[in-house]
Design a protein around this ligand. Structure first.
Ligand SMILES: CSC[C@H]1O[C@H](OP(=O)(O)O)[C@H](O)[C@@H]1O
Length: 358
C-alpha cells in the first residue's frame, strides 16, 4: 500500500541481500519506522514481541527468519534449530507452521551449500504469493460489497471489522480490508466501523491508521458497541480475518470476534471471514477443542500507550493488585459464519466446501 505516495510492503529484503526490513508495528500509529532483521533471533523476537503480527505476515517473517538462519549456518542442525526457534514464538496462527513446513520442505533435501540462496528465493516467493492471494480475496470480496451497495443507493455500505486484518497483517492488501480497498478504489461508497480491539488496540492503532492513509471513511468504536450498532441498522456486513480456520469451518480470530458473530447472527447481518487458504488447518476440526489459544502478558491489559503532544507515554490503567487475564483469540463456530472469502472464491463454512478447495 502507499504511504505518503511511496509504495510499501510490511516486509522486504534489504538490497544488501543480508538482512530484512520490517515495519515496526509496536510504534504505530504515532511513529512510522522500520526495523532491520539480520539473524534468525531478530525474526523470532519480531514475531513474539509483535513488531510484526497477523497470520500471513507472521508466516512471511518466519520464512525470512529461516533464510537468515541459513545465511549464518546451513547445517541440518541449524535448520532444525531455526525451525524450533521460530515455531515457539506464537502458538495460534497456523501460517507460522505452514511457512516453516514449506521452507523446511524446500531446504532439507538440498546440499548445504545451496540452502542460503534457495531460502532467500523461497521466502520472496512466500511474500509475492501472499500479495497475489490477498488481491484475489479483495476481488472476491468486492462482489459482496457491490451487491450490498446496489441496495443502498448513494448511502455507504457500513462494514464492521475487528482487530487488524489489513495490509499491516499481511505482506500487502490485507485479507478483511482487501475487499474494502477494492470497493473504495472502485468508487463504491463504504464506511468502516473499526473495533478498537483491546488490549493491543490493533483496530484503533493499525486499521484506523491504514484506512485513514487510504482515504477510506471510518469510525473507531469501543469493542462493545458493535451489537448496539447492528440492532439499530447501522451495520450492513461484518468482515474479519482469521489466524486459523479448521477443516469444518470453525474460525479462530482475535478475542472478541465470537461476540461480534453472535450479535450479527441475532440481527440477521452477514458475517464474512476473509482468509488465504494457507490459513486453513486441515488437521483440526473442532476449533474450540483443538486450537491453542495464546495467553499473552496481563501487562497488555494493564498498560496502554498514547501520545501527549509529541511524547508517547505508557500509563497503568488498573488499581494496584488487580489481576488481569489476556486470552488473545477466540473461536467462532462455523454455524455463525455466513461465508469464507478466499482467493479461490467465496464458499460456505462447511467441511465439504473446504475440502473441495484443495
Ligand atoms: C490476516 S490475519 C489477522 C489476524 O491476526 C491478528 O492477531 P494478532 O494481531 O495478535 O497477530 C488478528 O487475529 C487478526 O484478525
Amino acid at each position: 500500500m502507499k504511504v505518503d505516495g511511496r509504495a510499501y510492503r510490511t516486509i522486504w529484503p534489504d538490497p544488501d541481500g543480508e538482512s530484512v526490513i520490517i515495519l515496526d508495528q509496536t510504534l504505530f500509529p504515532h511513529r512510522f519506522e522500520t526495523a532491520r532483521l539480520t539473524v534468525v533471533e531478530d525474526a523470532a523476537r519480531a514475531i513474539s514481541d509483535m513488531l510484526v503480527r497477523g497470520a500471513p505476515l507472521i508466516g512471511a517473517t518466519a520464512a525470512y527468519g529461516m533464510a537468515l538462519a541459513m545465511r549464518a549456518d546451513a547445517s541440518d542442525t541449524a535448520l532444525a534449530k531455526a525451525y524450533e526457534q521460530l515455531h515457539a514464538t506464537r502458538p495460534t496462527a497456523i501460517n507460522l507452521r505452514w511457512a516453516l513446513d514449506r521452507m523446511h520442505a524446500v531446504l532439507r533435501p538440498l546440499p548445504q551449500g545451496d540452502r542460503a540462496e534457495a531460502a532467500w528465493e523461497e521466502a520472496a516467493r512466500v511474500c509475492d504469493e501472499d500479495v497475489a492471494i490477498n488481491s484475489a480475496i479483495g476481488d472476491n470480496g468486492l462482489a459482496i460489497i457491490r451487491d450490498i451497495a446496489a441496495k443502498k443507493g448513494s448511502a455507504p455500505v457500513n462494514i464492521l471489522t475487528h482487530c487488524n486484518a489489513g495490509w499491516l497483517a499481511t505482506v500487502d492488501w490485507g485479507t478483511a480490508t482487501a475487499p474494502i480497498y477494492k470497493a473504495h478504489d472502485a468508487g463504491i461508497p463504504v464506511h468502516v466501523w473499526v473495533d478498537e480491539t483491546r488490549p493491543r488496540n490493533q483496530g484503533a492503532f493499525l486499521t484506523a491508521w491504514e484506512l485513514g492513509r487510504h482515504g477510506v471513511p471510518h469510525t473507531v468504536i469501543v469493542d462493545n458497541a458493535g451489537g448496539h450498532l447492528m440492532q439499530h441498522g447501522d451495520v450492513d456486513m461484518v468482515i474479519v480475518g482469521t489466524d486459523r480456520t479448521t477443516a469444518r469451518g470453525d474460525v479462530c480470530n482475535k478475542i472478541g470476534t465470537y461476540l461480534k458473530a453472535l450479535a450479527a447472527k441475532d440481527n440477521g447481518i452477514p458475517f464474512y471471514v476473509a482468509l488465504p487458504t494457507p490459513t486453513i488447518d486441515h488437521r483440526v476440526h473442532d476449533g474450540i477443542a483443538e486450537i491453542p489459544i495464546e495467553d499473552r502478558s496481563q501487562d497488555e491489559v494493564r498498560f496502554i500507550s498514547g501520545r501527549s503532544g509529541e511524547a508517547v507515554t505508557r500509563v497503568d490503567l488498573l488499581p494496584p493488585g488487580s489481576a488481569a487475564a489476556n486470552p488473545s483469540f477466540d473461536v467462532t463456530p462455523a454455524r455463525l459464519v455466513t461465508a469464507l472469502v478466499t482467493e479461490k472464491g467465496v464458499i460456505p463454512a462447511t467441511a465439504e466446501a473446504i475440502a473441495a478447495l484443495s
